[in-house]
Design a binder for this molecule. Structure first.
Ligand code: URA
Length: 240
């Protein structure tokens, strides 16, 4: 299902994980209907049958949406912009009404894996350096990458503006006058991959994100196409 994502897929997105979490919350007496604590996971309550609260907070019965986009170059990772096209414009009108936002940024000229969601908490966790979620980028650079470059990445570079990068991975795939590599970061400062490689004298010619955590870019997604995340992919994100 590319581009126009198939209706109905997202209705199955949560499945096992959410059911497990819900049972646990009910067992711990954290769920109430109209102020009365629910004690059995078997008790049925329709959203319209009473005010459901979880840990004292009203339950928002809308389901969250998670989309994987293969971002093409030329689009901003933003929800709106006065001048440039944004990744939101690649989505169907129905999806655009769901208030999705990109989980982190890819530069306008960068391509690859971009998640979009309306689930703020998990999106925030995925981007937090404390959570150690690897972001892996395929890069093509001008110049020959060396083991010294790998050591500089692993040691944690300091950029010219004084920003200290955490130790990062540089796996050389091809070393030549133009080289190719996978860069792994656990943080995401503006233009970070480009700036780290520029500092090593190897300017980036092409950059594509290929993985976030344990979720790789679906190789079957053409540039500009998207699909809903599968339950397994969502489960992997929720386990971080
Ligand atoms: N680092 C960059 O330099 N650009 C991106 O788009 C992402 C990471």
């Amino acid at each position: 299902m590319h581009g126009r994502a198939a209706a109905g897929q997202d209705s199955r997105r949560y499945g096992a994980v959410v059911r497990r979490e819900a049972r646990e919350l009910i067992r711990r007496g954290r769920v109430a209907v109209d102020g009365v604590s629910v004690r059995s996971p078997e008790e049925k309550a329709l959203p319209e049958s009473g005010a459901i609260t979880v840990c004292g907070e009203a339950l928002d019965c809308r389901r969250y949406t998670w989309v994987m986009l293969n971002k093409p170059a030329g689009y901003l990772s933003a929800t709106e912009d006065g001048r440039d096209r944004t990744v939101l414009e690649l989505l169907s009108p129905e999806l655009r009404r769901r208030n999705l936002f990109p989980v982190g940024r890819l530069d306008k000229d960068a391509e690859g894996l971009l998640l979009l969601t309306n689930e703020g908490r998990l999106a925030h966790d995925l981007l937090s350096p404390k959570r150690h979620v690897d972001k892996v980028y395929y890069v093509r650079v001008a110049g020959r990458l060396t083991e010294e470059d790998c050591r500089a990445f692993a040691a944690g570079m300091t950029l010219e503006d004084g920003f200290h990068c955490r130790p990062a991975g540089l796996e050389i795939l091809k070393a030549d006058r133009e080289s190719e590599a996978h860069v792994t970061l656990r943080e995401g400062k503006f233009h970070q991959v480009k700036r780290m490689l520029a500092q090593r004298g190897k300017p980036v010619l092409y950059l594509k994100r290929v993985r976030m955590g344990d979720v790789p870019l679906d190789p079957a997604l053409p540039r500009g196409a998207y699909r809903f995340l599968t339950e397994i992919e969502l489960e992997k994100l929720r386990m971080i």
